[in-house]
Design a protein. Structure first.
Length: 228
C-alpha cells in the first residue's frame, strides 16, 4: 500500500482526504514550486513567511511548522540568516517525502496535531509553532477547526503561535470558493484563551489575508519584530 493510500485510510474526515488528494496532485503537476502549495506567487508565499518570522522567531530556538509542505520555510529562514531547530509536519505524505529528500538532516513528520494517535514528533514542545495557509480548504465547520488546531498548536508551544488565514474583509466576496475567517473574531477568541498572555492581529501585508500572533508569556511577546 502506498503512503498516500495508507494516509487516506488513516483519516476519517472528508476534508482531510480532500487535502491529501488535492495537494498530492498539485505536487505531481508542479513539482518544487509555490504552485504546488497553491500560492499565487513565490512573493505571496514568502511575504507570509516574513510575517510568521516577525512574531519573534530567533536563531537557536525551536520551531514546529504545521502544514510545512515541501519545506519552503526552511529555505526562507536560511536565506534570512535564521537557524532554528526545525520540525515540519504535514498531512500529505507526498509533501513529507519531497521535503525529506530536499532536507535529509531535518525532521519531517506526516500527520496532524488533531490526529489520533498524535503524530510522532521529535519533541513534545517547541518554542514556536506556526501554520501558513492550512485553513483555506476546510469546508466542514471551518471556524471550529481553526480554533481546535490553534489550541493544539498552543499546547505544543512554549513561547507562542503564529497563524494566517484568508480574511472575511477581503474584497470580491462573491468570487470566494475558499474559507475566509473573521480577523476581529479570531483576535477576540485568542485574547480570551487561558494561557495566552497577549494576542496580536496583523492586517498590514495583504488585503486578502490576516495573521494572528498568540504569546504564552509577556516576555515572549517582547520578541515580536513587527513594529506597528
Amino acid at each position: 500500500m502506498s503512503e498516500t493510500s495508507r494516509a487516506l485510510d488513516d483519516v476519517s474526515h472528508d476534508d482531510d482526504r480532500h487535502t491529501i488528494t488535492h495537494f498530492s496532485r498539485l505536487l505531481m503537476r508542479h513539482g518544487r514550486s509555490h504552485a504546488a502549495l497553491e500560492w499565487n506567487s513565490r512573493e505571496s508565499q514568502e511575504r507570509r513567511f516574513a510575517v510568521l518570522a516577525e512574531a519573534g522567531l530567533r536563531s537557536g530556538e525551536t520551531l514546529l511548522d504545521v502544514g510545512c509542505g515541501i519545506g519552503d520555510f526552511v529555505d526562507w529562514l536560511a536565506r534570512h540568516g535564521m537557524d532554528l531547530g526545525y520540525c515540519g509536519l504535514d498531512l500529505t505524505p507526498a509533501m513529507i517525502e519531497h521535503a525529506t529528500a530536499r532536507y535529509p538532516t531535518l525532521a519531517f513528520r506526516q500527520g496532524c496535531l488533531l490526529g489520533d494517535p498524535a503524530p510522532d514528533l521529535p519533541q513534545d514542545t517547541f518554542d514556536w509553532v506556526v501554520a501558513s495557509g492550512v485553513f483555506a480548504h476546510r469546508r466542514d465547520e471551518p471556524d471550529a477547526y481553526m480554533k481546535a488546531l490553534t489550541m493544539a498548536m498552543l499546547a505544543r508551544a512554549r513561547k507562542g503561535v503564529a497563524i494566517n488565514s484568508l480574511s472575511l474583509k477581503a474584497p470580491h466576496g462573491n468570487l470566494w470558493t475558499l474559507f475566509h475567517a473573521d480577523p476581529d473574531a479570531a483576535l477576540a477568541w485568542g485574547q480570551a484563551q487561558d494561557g495566552v498572555a497577549k494576542a496580536v492581529l496583523r492586517e498590514d501585508y495583504d488585503p486578502n489575508d490576516f495573521s494572528l500572533y498568540l504569546y504564552k508569556t509577556d516576555e515572549a511577546a517582547k520578541a515580536m519584530a513587527w513594529k506597528r
